[in-house]
Design a protein around this ligand. Structure first.
Ligand SMILES: Cc1cc2nc3c(=O)[nH]c(=O)nc-3n(C[C@H](O)[C@H](O)[C@H](O)COP(=O)(O)O)c2cc1C
Length: 207
């Protein structure tokens, strides 16, 4: 397996994919990494949809400005987040916490109040950006894990979210990113492009 820095240098936003499928074990590991991602208060406000239907793939391709990766890659994920957070989200976390920690849910009342308090004082319009921030932690971990396993990825925000929501019949969730996964094609010229990143002193300030 590649080291983290090797993997980050190796990966690039892949433009053209081969049709070779990803081994099931690699896909499982990539999704497990996304599942294990941390989030504020442990809300885990994300859901990935794996698109297997060729008809859905075609429609998403059309809603995604015809980006080749959407149609070419063997695997396509749609990262979705909840439109708003509700008591149901709180119940989900409390149930999962009680189960994992073998605790009586009643003993988690303080935690429940803290979670519900966050929901109560957040305006509806602010949940979406907040959830997107949490979901992108999981997206980053997913991209890194894929690179460590030498699986190529193309994260894409270039699509019409309303159209993709409609195609997938989403009502409570909305699509925020498409992620194509697979293997770089020899005809993808982007793989030869030198990586462009700011210098360390541009991104790290010491005081
Ligand atoms: C959240 C996200 C969304 C992106 N959306 C697109 C996209 O829609 N189309 C595209 O060609 N590249 C997209 N990119 C790729 C970036 O342009 C690319 O990651 C960046 O230029 C750095 O290059 P590298 O990933 O090849 O190192 C996206 C990247 C991220 C992280």
């Amino acid at each position: 397996m590649k080291s983290i820095i090797e993997a980050l240098n190796w990966r690039y936003a892949t433009d053209r994919f081969t049709t070779d499928p990803i081994p099931e074990q690699s896909f499982k590991t990539i999704m497990e990494a996304a599942r294990l991602s941390p989030s504020s208060m442990n809300f885990q406000p994300w859901k990935y949809i794996s698109i297997q239907s060729p008809e859905l793939r075609q429609q998403i391709f059309e809603a995604g400005y015809s980006q080749q990766a959407i149609i070419e890659a063997p695997t396509l994920l749609v990262l979705t987040i909840p439109n708003i957070l509700t008591k149901a989200n709180v119940d989900h976390i409390i149930t999962a916490s009680a189960e994992a920690r073998k605790a009586d849910p009643a003993s988690l009342d303080g935690y429940r109040k803290m979670l519900q308090g966050f929901i109560d004082r957040t305006e509806d319009g602010k949940f979406f950006d907040w959830s997107r921030r949490q979901a992108y932690i999981s997206l980053g971990i997913l991209l890194l894990t894929a690179a460590q396993l030498e699986v190529d990825t193309a994260p894409m925000e270039g699509f019409e979210p309303n159209k993709v929501n409609q195609i997938l019949g989403l009502t409570d969730y909305s699509a925020v990113t498409l992620i194509a996964l697979g293997y770089r094609s020899a005809k993808d010229t982007h793989q030869t492009w030198p990586k462009v990143r700011f210098k360390m002193e541009d991104i790290l300030e010491v005081r």
